[in-house]
Ligand binder design. Structure first.
Ligand SMILES: *Cc1c(COP(=O)(O)O)cnc(C)c1O
Length: 390
């Protein structure tokens, strides 16, 4: 059972019914699901969550699937929030937490979004899905589509990490390797989708992946006993997590689960592809496409994001910031955090560690601040990138 009511455009306030299969608004903006939060608050209480399944489905009423028979799940979400004591001590912070998204079914947090997108696609009778992917999203869609009995068409840059290419095939997806970037993959899908009958689940070009990603915000609140951290550092590509968590905080406040305080949201990108950082620094509301995007952090190799204005809005509303780190900085952090905390980080997660170190040195984060960083995927998916390094 869900309290989802309708789909709304955050730019022009256009509205859509939940039984319509939608992508972007006619104005070009991403669409978001709106809930009847007053009713939700009367039924779902914080104590009522106790004893529910340790998956993102513990927030069932705040997710958009109408009928339980359409839930396609592999046990995703409710990942551990691990205290990073060694790192906190080294950087003289009171507390640093790692949200370990590597512990999702296909090894990355893309599972949260694609679980919801595939469940809703199933509910609305979709038979074929297409996705452009910088890496992990392709593997994740392939897994959930296989489980739902839906055809998956995955388009990836040809230099995507081997694990992502191999897993898509093993899940039975139709994989096309493209000589270009994720944006080129997206263009191919846009051209072919009408003729092929594909539902396009590109990042934020349908309203459901962000609903899955918002559960990270619910989980962090619940795992910290409903007191949000002071700072959240998020490795940003298309921005679903950033936008999703920001939405979750607003929903929770409206239900009376949390107060008005918000974490300062920090967006970290790779110095070889940092369109959001550049726009933030220049004080812009939207981001220009990044030319010649290049980084080993494949999840951050997103030269242009359709939800740029929503990310920039959340960063500014939260008094947050945006910064980029080099591939060398990321790669140097992987063995450091591995030794310090026993967690094998992906390059995108390691970008959060590099950002934490930089913001600590700059005193932008204070020693008394509680900080949450993300390990968004397992380092095991990047063996070809890491081979030969210490
Ligand atoms: C996709 C991805 C990201 C970026 O997530 P967005 O929500 O698209 O900003 C970060 N890290 C990894 C490992 C990813 O796969």
């Amino acid at each position: 059972m869900t309290f989802a009511e309708e789909i709304v455009c955050p730019r022009c306030d256009n509205r859509f019914r939940l039984d319509q299969l939608v992508n972007l608004c006619s104005c070009g903006s991403p669409l978001l699901v709106r809930y009847d939060l007053r009713k939700a608050a009367a039924t779902v209480t914080k104590p009522s969550l106790q004893g529910r399944s340790a998956t993102l489905w513990r927030y069932r009423e705040l997710l958009p699937v109408q009928d339980d028979v359409n839930v396609v799940s592999l046990g995703e979400g409710f990942t551990p929030l691990l205290e990073a004591k060694t790192v906190a001590h080294e950087l003289s912070f009171r507390r640093v937490w790692i949200k370990d998204e590597a512990q999702n079914p296909t090894g990355s947090f893309k599972d949260r979004g694609l679980c919801l997108a595939v469940s809703r696609a199933k509910e609305l009778g979709v038979k074929k899905i297409a996705i452009p992917s910088a890496g992990n999203a392709g593997g994740s869609l392939s897994a959930y589509a296989a489980r739902a009995g839906i055809e998956a068409n995955v388009f990836m840059p040809k230099d995507t990490p081997a694990a992502n290419q191999i897993e898509a095939g093993q899940y039975g997806a139709r994989l096309t390797l493209v000589d270009g970037l994720i944006s080129d993959c997206g263009k191919i899908i846009a051209e072919r989708k009408a003729a092929e009958g594909w539902f396009d689940v590109s990042t934020l070009k349908e309203p459901y992946r962000v609903e899955g990603k918002k559960t990270m915000g619910y989980e962090i609140a619940e795992q910290l006993n409903w007191k949000l951290p002071d700072v959240i550092i998020y490795p940003t590509g298309g921005g679903t997590g950033l936008i999703g968590m920001w939405k979750a905080f607003a929903e929770m406040e409206e239900m009376g689960w949390i107060g008005r305080d918000r974490p300062r949201m920090v967006s970290v990108q790779a110095s070889g592809c940092a369109p959001i950082v550049r726009a933030f620094v220049e004080g812009k509301d939207t981001a220009e496409p990044w030319q010649n995007a290049k980084t080993v952090a494949s999840g951050l190799r997103v030269p242009q994001a359709v939800a740029d204005f929503l990310m920039l809005r959340a960063l500014r509303e939260s008094n947050g910031t945006a910064l980029s780190v080099s591939d060398d900085e990321m790669l140097a952090e992987i063995p450091r955090i591995g030794r310090a905390e026993g967690i094998f980080f992906c390059p995108e997660g390691a970008a959060c560690v590099a950002a934490l170190r930089r913001l600590a040195n700059q005193r932008w984060i204070k020693p008394t601040d509680e900080v949450v960083i993300f390990n968004t995927a397992t380092g095991l998916k990047y063996l070809d990138v890491l081979q030969g390094r210490a």
